[in-house]
Design a binder for this molecule. Structure first.
Ligand code: NAD
Ligand code: UGA
Length: 477
């Protein structure tokens, strides 16, 4: 039997903290949940009256926020107060790859997690369950535990008791709400039966008990990294096969369908695309690589590192194909980029394949018109590290310029976006891109105009009938 939990504090109001706590608040109306963050702008956005201004775009999220925000779900910067009042504290902060120092380029940067642990240690009162929701290297719970006990300050320090659990999150962006409402499993790692049961008690409000797994804490931390590594490995595998398809006359969609029918393989996560993006696959695999190297398992490290390497190669391969098909040069040519998010139904661009592909094309001198229905111009500027220009139309000549420029379009309902374009490159599988009127679009473009579909979303006959040349990933037919 676990102790009953009434007050929850979640540190980190990001892509995980926000949706996770929103669903928990919906399913557990008796819990008071405070989501706190150091980023004031982000908290203001979570509290904005206009729900379309929430910091995260996630289907179904607005409806839940409408129901629970201000009732049992609160967003604020009141970190101290929220920790003081909480029985259970979720750490849901970012854990990116370290940029410098020991383990740079592979190990996770735990400075935000450490800062949280110190704050919890300082402000928590009495018995607190501390839950690792962030994805962490194996044995981080040990570090957290040490910080919690060694940084306690105040006269009552001996009365502070901490129980650390690992409860990794498996949601995928774009389907986060559904993933949280109907998880395949909930993993709880720990060594304290009572604390583990308390957390299970919360999930049991909406998740069947047999889906809630108890493991030791290190297995839980490692299972999260392994799960992402396996998923990413499938994508790198099918993307590598797409290259073979293109040179042999096979079609990667047919190959995927055929192998996916084998129940041992399964059909999901076999869509060849422009290379996996998102904030986690690359960083979690590199974390695993670092762990293997640390323990002297160089063959294991090389095996997993190859998944990341082939992903980078694949992204480069796509931009090279675009250049080759356009007679070996894209300098001064207008190309329309459809999609910048790392997948559809999210505004997240972290590690999006679009970033490296657009950078490569800009390097080759192309002028890009970039459209994404949910990604803002400032986010794209941040990713490309180049300021957008208002419009190419008034430019006289670009011939002497080394690298291309880009402009942003929030909408594509006006066909003018395609005017004088040499090619359209589809990088994100937004639903709207399936419904384009290729015949009308074609009239605006410079022949022989190309469509490069890296997501297999266009109808090939429609595109070809409109007089456009089509390249699809993994299509050797
Ligand atoms: P994020 O960057 O969107 O959000 C993290 C938030 O933590 C930020 O708003 C940041 O300001 C805040 N923060 C950092 N340090 C803080 C501190 N000391 N006090 C208060 N707030 C602080 O990150 P995310 O995408 O939500 O990911 C969080 C963790 O969850 C990562 O470990 C990630 O690997 C893991 N994860 C992410 C996903 C996903 O789909 N994004 C899915 C599963 C797991
Ligand atoms: C992934 C995992 O799916 C989640 O379980 C995990 O919780 C999360 O990482 C995390 O730890 O952050 P996410 O990155 O949000 O979720 O999205 P995915 O659906 O996994 O897609 C990742 C990338 O792979 C995207 O760029 C997507 O376009 C690509 N992908 C996915 C393919 O190219 N083909 C596929 O068949 C599936």
């Amino acid at each position: 039997m676990g102790i009953s939990i009434k007050n929850i504090c979640c540190i980190g109001a990001g892509y995980v903290g926000g949706p996770t706590m929103a669903v928990m608040s919906l399913k557990c109306p008796n819990l008071i949940i405070n989501v706190v963050d150091v980023n004031k702008e982000r908290i203001d956005a979570w509290n904005s009256e206009d729900l379309s201004k929430l910091p995260i775009f996630e289907p179904g999220l607005e409806d839940i926020i409408k129901k629970t925000r201000g009732k049992n779900l609160f967003f604020s910067n009141k970190i101290k107060e929220s920790i003081e009042n909480a029985d259970m504290i979720f750490i849901s902060v970012n854990t990116p790859t370290k940029e410098k120092g020991l383990g740079a380029g592979k190990a996770s940067d735990l400075k935000w997690v450490e800062a949280c642990a110190r704050e919890v240690s300082r402000f928590a009162k009495g018995y607190s369950i501390v839950v690792e929701k962030s994805t962490l290297p194996v044995r981080t719970a040990e570090v957290i535990q040490k910080i919690l006990y060694t940084s306690r300050k105040n006269s009552n320090k001996e009365k502070k008791i901490f129980k650390v659990l690992s409860n990794p999150e498996f949601l995928a962006e774009g389907t986060a709400i559904n993933d949280l409402l109907n998880p395949d499993r909930v993993l709880i790692g720990g060594d304290d039966e009572q604390a583990m049961s308390s957390l299970r008690g919360i999930y049991k409000e909406w998740v069947a008990e047999e889906k809630i797994l108890f493991t030791n804490i290190w297995s839980s931390e490692l299972a999260k990294l392994t799960s992402n590594a396996f998923l990413a490995q499938r994508i790198s595998s099918i993307n590598s096969i797409s290259a073979i398809c293109e040179v042999t006359g096979a079609d990667v969609r047919e190959v995927s369908r055929a192998i996916g029918k084998d129940s041992r393989i399964g059909s999901r996560f076999l869509d060849s695309g422009p290379g996996f993006g998102g904030s986690c696959f690359k960083k979690d695999i590199l974390n695993l690589v670092y762990l293997a190297e640390y323990f002297g398992l160089s063959e294991v490290a090389n095996f997993w590192e190859s998944i990341v390497k082939i992903n980078a190669w694949h992204q480069k391969r796509i931009s090279e194909i675009v250049v080759k098909k356009l007679f070996g040069t894209v300098a001064n040519k207008k190309l329309v980029i459809l999609g910048f998010a790392f997948k559809s139904n999210t505004n997240d661009t972290r590690e999006s394949a679009a970033i490296s592909i657009c950078k490569n094309l800009l390097n080759e001198g192309a002028n890009l018109v970039i459209h994404d229905p949910k990604v803002s111009v400032s986010q794209i500027e941040n990713d490309l590290k180049i300021k957008p220009i208002k419009s190419f139309d008034n430019k006289k000549s670009y011939l002497n310029e080394k690298s291309g420029e880009w402009e942003y379009r929030p909408h594509i309902n006006n066909l003018e976006i395609f005017k004088n374009a040499y090619a359209i490159v589809i990088l994100t599988e937004w639903e709207d891109f399936r419904k384009l009127n290729w015949r009308e679009i074609s009239k605006n473009m410079v022949p022989p105009a190309w469509v490069f579909d890296s997501r297999s979303i266009v109808n090939p006959e429609e595109v070809k009938d409109a007089g456009l040349s089509l390249w699809r990933l993994g299509d050797g037919t």
